[in-house]
Design a protein around this ligand. Sequence first.
Ligand SMILES: Nc1ncnc2c1ncn2[C@@H]1O[C@H](COP(=O)(O)OP(=O)(O)OP(=O)(O)O)[C@@H](O)[C@H]1O
Length: 551
Amino acid sequence: MVDCQNRHPRVDIDFTLRRVFGKSSFRPLQREVIAAAIDGQDVFLQAATSFGKSLCFQLPAVVSHGVTLVVSPLLSLMIDQVAALEANGVPVATINGNTPYAERRTIMDDLLSGHPKIRLLYVTPEFCSTETFRRNLIRIYAQGELNRVAIDEAHCISEWGHDFRPAYKELSWFKNNFKHPPVPITALTATATPPVRMDIINLLGLDVRTLKMFNTSSARPNIHYEVRYVEGESNDCTMGESEDPKIQHLLSWLKLVRGRRDSRLNPSAQRELTRTKAPSMSGIIYVPLRSVADWLARMLSGSDNDIRAVAYHAGLPNSERNRIQTMWTSKGPAPVQDNEPVPAFSIIVATAAFGMGIDNPHVRFVVHWTPPRSFEGFVQESGRAGRDGRAAMSIVYYSYEERERVSERIKMDENPKAGSRRRYMPQTAASKEHSLKARVESFQKVVQYCESTWRCRHEIIKDFFGDFELEMMGSTQADISSQFVLSSSPLDEELPTSPCDFACDVCKYGAEEIKKRKEKIDANDDNSTACQRGIARVQPFHAVLSLRLDH
Ligand SMILES: Nc1ncnc2c1ncn2[C@@H]1O[C@H](COP(=O)(O)OP(=O)(O)OP(=O)(O)O)[C@@H](O)[C@H]1O
């Protein structure tokens, strides 16, 4: 058997970075992570959304001997990364549910040839646990051609492995079967809490004594985080635009943004000229339900000629979803045709089906229409903004009614009605308990993030992901602020500062102001509005969650 770890040539990674990936320099920490991978170490990288984690396994795969197997949770993510690698001329393949038989055969023939051309193969965890694929992998390994296994979005191992994607739990198969020589593993994530990190390490069978750990801070300095407190009912798809306070708020905010942008881009000329020439500003609005996505996209598009909004959710045909995603991720501003005005805003109104890993550098804002159901999901989704390093915005609309609704949905997912779409499928009583507890805690953190009127929101994010604990585990850390354009100018140096440099509503407007904004909804927390509308009194949030944990 050949040990492919010892067969990689001495490589100039700077040359490969420029020549293959078209990047001029490494971001802080990338070089160290890549060097550890080329050296054959097991690597754990936890870095903020948009840090550039993919490069940390793609570049080693390009310069090393053999094939790197990439385990990825979502088809859309695989398609995105495979297309980007192909565009850079890297031999890459994916085998997934949509791969025709003949293409699978060609890919496997290459991988089993003893000298494969393919450098990276993207698969799902479910495919990894099929007998046929495992038999083939053993042959590839025996030929000395299995270089590394990369687990992208590794938090899914812990978040999903215990319930609705049990195949994630079987990934220890790699360490158990490829021992002499060992096949190194790289695990990457932006959103793992301390217990999730330990779960990932244990489930993958990694040895903490030899594992190389790297991390950056979890919050994104170029994102301005804000919570907007809104009163009353929402997501009522029968409502008109003028009746919904959130639509009203959003439209006036967009108008403000557009006004500022117009005057910055073209201060002296007429606005019409600016509208014709400037590219659209991209944004994502996350909603809890498909029906709300369709309704809100319709409302926004119909309300203003300057907004083009499309819905994206799992209920759309695959072809439509692919079309929207391709349009969305195409790099660069949308081309301007003739003198046709380009809408000022191009918005995707999406359910959670659109999120993790999606890489469009130009997204300027991400809005959560209702409180997100998990804190990890919130950080992943808001992390779609500002991936070009420039200033971007995250807004969460928050009301107590919506808070109760989300906790009700969490409850329903655990005990679905017969015949309903079942989102989670815990296997045993113990794993059911584990998964419920994790989900409840994660949502409690969302509530804490939204209801806090005094703490910097960046600090809340960093706390949740335990940046400090990573340091205690011996992780090599890097400051990534140089990667982003921060909002304050050098002229502000004399002014007092805040933990996030005023990049959240609490630090920018002060605790008193945020408290005042929140008081608006505090007045309604006794459910009186619900009673007035004839809606049954909803159980208070904390009662619902503690009840849930009791059985
Ligand atoms: N050294 C670099 N120089 C310039 N751009 C880079 C560099 N490394 C990565 N990028 C770019 O940064 C963007 C984000 O990279 P990537 O998608 O790998 O992020 P990520 O860390 O996986 O984020 P997420 O966790 O949100 O999916 C990509 O467009 C990528 O091309």
